[in-house]
Design a protein around this ligand. Structure first.
Ligand SMILES: NC(=O)c1ccc[n+]([C@@H]2O[C@H](COP(=O)([O-])OP(=O)(O)OC[C@H]3O[C@@H](n4cnc5c(N)ncnc54)[C@H](OP(=O)(O)O)[C@@H]3O)[C@@H](O)[C@H]2O)c1
Length: 238
């Protein structure tokens, strides 16, 4: 398969690039860090430095891509709100990193996917979109937007035979979560995350969520009366 992965210079995206390359797929890795891109290039992975928040630069780069069988859009960032300060500039940054850059990437990859074999578009959201989590006013809202965008695209792209999957990870140990200053239940490694995502993609799953002991609990809480979750969440904040 010809596979493109954004956010491939770090964390989940990088591990996916390494694992798909290791079993012989042609991988295109996108990111910003020149050092991380150079390292992937020495392994024989095709690399490109693209700032996905820059729509013009993103579309210009993607215009040179002819065909693609699988696009995994993993680029993103996380910042938390610390009340009482509600920082709208932080909200805008998170939306640019997680929603706008994803939209630029989708606009960029679709023409190439339309020429691919059994094309598949995969976006990395977060299980944070299942429930309102403390301090995640910006991050959770951005990932809820990601989930909605992908779920809606699945309907629109079905007629063209382009499959769409939404990945909702729990906590994965990466530079992104290394910054967290709170306990992260059921934390998994990038190798475990990559395995779960690749298995879900191979199985054509529309929603890929893991680890199940964490995301299953989140899903269960999300269908209970919201007052149950609010009482628990208030305790977490205290
Ligand atoms: N780790 C978790 O527990 C977890 C849980 C749920 C969801 N997620 C989601 O999974 C995805 C990957 O997270 P991660 O933990 O692997 O994070 P990470 O290690 O911090 O990697 C983030 C990647 O996104 C790239 N990126 C960010 N902004 C970009 C931009 N404007 N243009 C191009 N590339 C950009 C980074 O590139 P450079 O470093 O080269 O700038 C890096 O490769 C994110 O969407 C995140 O929200 C993660």
């Amino acid at each position: 398969m010809k596979i493109l992965i954004t956010g491939a210079t770090s964390g989940i995206g990088r591990q996916l690039a390494l694992d798909y390359h290791a079993v012989g797929h042609e991988v295109w890795a996108l990111g910003r860090s020149p050092a991380a891109l150079a390292e992937l290039e020495t392994l024989g992975i095709h690399c490109a430095q693209v700032d996905l928040e820059d729509r013009e630069a993103t579309l210009e780069w993607f215009a040179g891509l002819e065909t693609l069988d699988l696009a995994i859009l993993s680029a993103g960032n996380c910042e938390y709100i610390d009340l009482p300060a509600f920082d709208s500039a932080l909200v805008a940054r998170v939306m640019r990193a997680n929603v706008e850059s994803l939209a630029h990437s989708i606009e960029g990859v679709l023409p190439a996917l339309r020429h691919g074999r059994n094309p598949h578009l995969v976006g990395i959201g977060s299980s944070a979109s299942y429930l309102p989590l403390p301090r995640a006013e910006a991050y959770g809202a951005s990932k809820a937007a990601v989930a909605y965008m992908l779920d809606t695209l699945r309907i629109g792209l079905a007629a063209e035979g382009i499959r769409v999957s939404h990945v909702a990870p729990g906590f994965v140990k990466t530079p992104l979560t290394d910054r967290n200053d709170f306990p992260m239940p059921c934390l998994v490694t990038v190798e475990q995350a990559s395995r779960a995502i690749r298995k879900g993609i191979a199985g054509g799953k529309k929603e890929i969520h893991f680890p199940k002991r964490f995301t299953g609990t989140m899903k269960l809480l999300s269908v209970l009366p919201r007052s149950v979750w609010l009482a628990l969440a208030r305790k977490m904040v205290r």
